[in-house]
Design a protein around this ligand. Structure first.
Ligand code: AMP
Length: 188
């Protein structure tokens, strides 16, 4: 099973991704997590990634494709994967050749995303470099500019599932599982 999760920061992609990975026994991969790990390296590449991420900007497409596809070639992803944060630009979606079963768009409003992040900041939850308000605003803007066309691209391919992300975690999870299972049943 190959599934992509899309949505702005705070939409619940990693929560739902981890629940799905556990339920279906497949690996969860987050491109943001890959880049955050690389940003810790004390190399010119590590410093470049750290700087790019902290500003809320995107890593260039060619580099992103090479890195994420390199991960997906590993044996743990052979049986399938839940992919979070990639593809996120039209160029990435077009270059990413795969047999996706579904693309899940976890939809929350910009206002709700900002509330959720502000709530985490106020609770004193550990905040990442790219979770400052200016960086988050930039990421939300980039989402509308680059990632919304990707959602449209997958809608036209008949792969998109639009999920209301402003509900209880368990309710969203049940909804997602129902839709995935319906798609898998159709495939058989
Ligand atoms: P995320 O945790 O998915 O929001 O990703 C954190 C940061 O990693 C983003 O703000 C980008 O700088 C970088 N990043 C993650 N995925 C991608 C991608 N598919 N294309 C370009 N940059 C990415």
């Amino acid at each position: 099973m190959k599934v992509v999760l899309m949505g702005i920061q705070g939409a619940g992609k990693s929560t739902q991704g981890n629940l799905l990975a556990e339920k279906y026994g497949i690996s969860y991969l987050s491109s943001g997590h890959i880049f955050r790990t690389m940003a810790q390296e004390k190399t010119p590449m590590g410093r470049y990634i750290k700087e790019t991420m902290s500003s809320g900007a995107l890593i260039p497409d060619e580099r992103t494709l090479e890195i994420v596809e390199g991960y997906l070639d590993r044996p743990e992803y052979e049986a399938g994967y839940i992919l979070d944060g990639f593809p996120r630009t039209p160029a990435q979606a077009e270059a990413f050749k795969n047999g996706l079963d579904a693309v899940l768009f976890l939809d929350i409003s910009d206002k709700e995303a900002l509330w959720r992040i502000a709530g985490r900041i106020m609770q004193g939850t550990e905040i990442r470099d790219d979770e400052t308000l200016p960086a988050i605003r930039k990421r939300i803007d980039l989402f509308h500019e680059y990632t919304e066309p990707v959602i449209e691209y997958y809608r036209q391919k008949g792969l998109l599932e639009h999920i209301d992300g402003e509900r209880d975690v368990q309710e969203i999870f049940n909804d997602i599982c129902k839709r995935i299972e319906a798609r898998l049943a159709e495939k058989q």
